[in-house]
Every structure is written in C-alpha cells, then in structure tokens.
Design a protein around this ligand. Structure first.
Ligand code: HEC
Length: 112
C-alpha cells in the first residue's frame, strides 16, 4: 500500500514537471515570433525583395532605396500593392507588422 502510494506520487510529480516545461517552451516561442522583425522578413519577404531588399523579383521595388514613411510601409505590408500580396493573414498582429516595418527601414540605413 505504501509502495503503491509513493509510486502514484512520483507519477504525479513527473507529470507535473513535464507539463511545466512544455508551457514555458510554448511561451518563449510566441515571444520570439512577436518581436523578431528580421526573422519575419527573412521568412515572408526575401522571395521577392531578397535579404538586402534589392533583389527585384516579381517586379518588386528596391527597399533599400524606398523613401516611404512608416505608415505607408505598414499599409503596404497589410494590404499589399500591385503584384505584392497582402500580409495581414500571415503577419496578423500590429506588433509583427511593426517589427517587419522597422527591419525594412533598417535595410535602407545600412545601404547609405
Ligand atoms: C510576391 C512577391 C513579394 C513579396 C513576397 C513581398 N513583396 Fe513587397 N513588393 C512586391 C512588389 C511587386 C512591389 C511593388 C508594388 C508596386 O509598386 O506596384 C513591392 C513593394 C513593396 C514596398 C513599397 C516600396 C516602395 O518604395 O514603393 C514595400 C515597403 C514592401 N514591398 C515591403 C514588403 C515586405 C515587408 C514584405 C514581407 C512581409 C514584402 N514586401 C513581400 C513584391 C513582393
């Protein structure tokens, strides 16, 4: 009886520690996704714009030479323009779109 009870408790403790680890890992992933504009840009935008913004695939504009302001960039990311598709379904939060927009502007500064 005593043995059975302690096995039961060890089981509970193991179960509890596993759950805790999983929850922490999940939270960490979400936090990274929300703030990392460079990763989002690399995943969503390089196909056409390239890692430096100047690839020009599918007739895309050179982001390193772009003169648009923050609001205009956010609008294009959200709604698309010409052959550029809208990204509001992939970059669903303001935070994600702002992080990508900041990264787009940083491409410009590095080029100068
Ligand atoms: C399918 C190819 C494609 C992808 C993917 C793409 N774009 Fe574009 N992008 C374009 C094209 C084409 C234009 C030019 C649109 C026009 O002016 O008609 C453009 C224009 C832009 C402009 C305006 C530049 C200017 O000065 O006029 C910005 C900013 C921009 N893209 C940002 C992004 C960002 C950020 C991403 C990723 C979230 C992205 N694009 C993904 C094709 C793409």
């Amino acid at each position: 009886m005593v043995l059975k009870t302690s096995i039961f408790f060890v089981g509970i403790i193991l179960l509890a520690s596993c759950t805790e680890v999983e929850v922490t890992a999940e939270k960490k992933d979400l936090a990274n996704i929300e703030v990392d504009g460079q990763t989002l840009y690399m995943n969503q935008c390089t196909v056409c714009h390239g890692p430096d913004g100047n690839l020009g695939n599918s007739g895309s504009k050179d982001l390193s030479k772009s003169t648009l302001d923050e609001a205009a960039i956010l609008k294009i990311i959200k709604e698309g323009k010409g052959t550029m598709p809208p990204f509001e379904y992939l970059l669903t939060t303001d935070k994600e779109r702002e992080a990508v927009m900041q990264y787009v502007i940083s491409l410009r500064k590095e080029e100068k």
